[in-house]
Design a protein around this ligand. Structure first.
Ligand code: PBG
Ligand code: ZN
Length: 328
């Protein structure tokens, strides 16, 4: 049947008709909110390149998490900014490091009311800002993997509900799974930043996490934006090594990768809508050039439509509010 008998506009005439044929749904159950915790006196410090996002002290984080729980957001993704940095990122695996202490406090206070997922990486903790140990001008893979495994275990020992390695070293999922299992933590899932691209969109995050590399860039470990098959290979390897959730990052510029991953793999799929995606929309909206709510919801919907199960997003609190008010 075709025009004039068939008319697609018939099903778009009215909001209820449109509702009947909706194909994509947002749910607060699948939102994860990133949170930055810093070893500092001030309760919170705004991040200039990320409007409405803050670095928090442990006290500040507790208040923020309370708000997150209030909004029914199930999980936070926690990043730490230590007082001291060194060549080998010692604070990343210090059992009294900033993330480890924050996790302990959050779990003590809120127990099962929130899932605490910790980002596992070295770049916030190394003096040079790279995601691992530097040998001869580049990140040394295998040495770094050992430290990442140690970091992950220290997070879990502090009470983390899940770990999320974001470093892109080869073999780190296997090493983390092994160390956790050896310690009896076989119940703790690993969310792997499996297909993480060397993206321009991380700029604002690096202000927030104070993690910009002091020399060079991350292209010897993060993926080349030109490659799609390579992402599938990375994901496949991480599944074999024991990842429970795989992630594509960034989201918006990589929806093709998300869609392919969804089609190819039978495993929960996360999308990280990164800092640059947030800031682009936030700034355009603050100038009145883009309608904020419609823009955010369209962005989130497109990520879901492409195939993501869960979305890690700085917009999580706003989306949760809108969902609560039933105003989508
Ligand atoms: C660190 C890390 C980065 C992000 C999450 N973990 C940035 C980077 O690789 O420099 C980016 C998140 C964002 O931009 O919101 N390994
Ligand atoms: Zn890193």
């Amino acid at each position: 049947m075709k025009y004039p008998e068939y008319r697609p506009r018939r099903m778009r005439r009215d909001i209820k008709l449109r509702g009947l044929v909706e194909e994509t749904f947002l749910s607060v159950k699948q939102l994860i909110y990133p949170v930055f915790v810093k070893d500092m006196e001030e309760e919170r410090i705004p991040i200039p390149s990320m409007p409405d996002i803050y670095q928090f002290s442990i006290e500040g984080v507790l208040k923020e998490v309370e708000e997150v729980i209030e909004l029914s957001i199930p999980a936070i993704l926690l990043f730490g900014i230590p007082k001291e940095k060194d060549e080998v990122g010692s604070e990343a695996y210090n059992k009294n490091g900033i993330v480890q202490r924050a996790v302990r406090e959050i779990k003590k206070r809120f127990k099962e009311d929130i899932l605490v997922i910790t980002d596992v990486c070295m770049c916030e903790y190394t003096s040079h800002g790279h995601c691992g140990v530097i040998r001869e001008g580049d990140v040394e893979n295998d040495e770094t993997v050992k430290l990442l495994a140690k970091s992950a275990l220290s997070h879990v020992m502090a009470g983390a509900d899940m770990v999320a390695p974001s470093d892109m070293m080869d073999g780190r999922i296997k090493a983390i799974r092994e160390i956790l299992d050896l310690h009896g933590d076989y119940r703790i899932p690993i969310m792997s930043y499996a297909a993480k691209y060397a993206s321009s969109l991380y700029g604002p995050f690096r202000d927030a996490a104070e993690s910009a590399p002091k020399f060079g860039d991350r292209r010897s470990y993060q993926m080349d934006p030109k490659n799609q098959r390579e992402a599938l290979r990375e994901i496949e390897l991480d599944i074999e090594e024991g990842a429970d959730i795989i992630m594509v990052k960034p989201a918006l510029f990589y929806l093709d990768v998300l869609a392919l991953a969804k089609e190819r793999f039978n495993i929960p799929l996360a999308a990280y809508s990164v800092s640059g995606e947030y800031t682009m929309l936030k700034l355009a909206a603050s100038k009145g050039f883009i309608e904020y709510r419609r823009g955010v919801l369209e962005m989130m919907t497109s990520i879901k439509r492409a195939g993501a199960d869960m979305i890690i997003t700085y917009f999580a609190k706003d989306v949760a509010k809108w969902l609560k008010e039933h105003t989508l």
